[in-house]
Design a binder for this molecule. Sequence first.
Ligand code: SF4
Length: 415
Amino acid sequence: MTAFSKSQHTLLIPDLFPVHMELLANAIRASGYKAQVLRTQGPSVLEAGLKYIHNDMCYPAICSLGQQLHAVISGDHDTRSIALMQFQTGGGCRASNYVMALKKALQKLGMEHIPVITLGFTTLSRDSGFRLTPILCLRALAAVTYGDLMMLLKNQVRPYEVNPGDTQAVMERWYDYMKSLLFSASVLPFQLRKHLRQMAEDFAAIPTKTQKKVRVGIVGEVYAQYSPFANNNLEEFLQEQDCEYMLPGVLGFLHYCLDGPAVDRALYGDSRIKALVSKVTTGVITAYEAVLNHTLKDFPQFVRPSSFRHIRAQGEKILDRGVKMGEGWYLSAEMSELVRHGYENILCAQPFGCLPNHIVGRGAFRRFKELYPNANICSIDYDANASRVNQENRIKLMLATAREKAGLRQQTAAV
Ligand code: SF4
């Protein structure tokens, strides 16, 4: 494998969080790297994953590694000047094997000279040449915070906009502006405050109609939950179905991942050093969460995310904090949080081949329904061979139940 060089290689990053990835790429670019987010979709991309990745791997591996392998074989890039960036959770599920699977596939293709950069919650390939410096980490956290607020506001404004396209126009303006913000050194939580507020004001100024719509919360395995490639453009479909949908913020997911070593220390006596790093990093994330939360205090028309501590307390009513495989206890905690904010209809995206999320997702539904009997939950399986029509029909059925329930409640209220 050729050593990664900042000046020679462009990092190809799979598309995980559609709203956030371009911002994260800018955070990386601001540290002098060249980066490109892969937005490719479709049968040829899936085929690249299915052909070169072992079929024991889960569907998100096929999609995200498939995007990178497709870029390698497409002929669109000079393979001497690209590097592939992959995320590695370091946990017990297949996410810890993505990098090895990618390296094996590159070998099969005779492309082992392409550098692979591993970016993980507990690891960064030391000899990779990519430096996760403190300023890069802070820029990345700022990018996620801006992305979370933009996603939260977009989801609540777009379904009700009077002039179609207004929300998109505000988003595009902010993407441009945030690029300059992320290139600056002003990325500490208190330095974000003014800009977050301006963003909330811009979205609040978009003319909207007062109308009641079915509200849907999206949870599930993180890749299937957010990535339009993995979930067959679920957000677009819900928009066409005239719903308001909500996706929980990415900061919360990062917080959950980084909280793991502290839990391991408390429960199993694991490494004191790791627990200390966990405490420090989650403390930093808490500061970004707090500034986002504080911004929304003056905008009561928008849902304000709860603190991680509160979400964790909700999650503990369903699963123990020691359950950390896949999305672990955090998945049902997200469901509770959504229901509490009025998103009683929950779609749970489950990828094929993902045992952990079937356990913490479907496996926790019964307990969840005991706590929230009004919740209307539907889990959808995503796979390379799953029928999109079947997936959409299941969602339509769930929405029909939701509309019926809303109608019944309205009638009851009128009586
Ligand atoms: S959580 Fe499931 S889908 Fe995601 S990487 Fe792990 S095994 Fe694969």
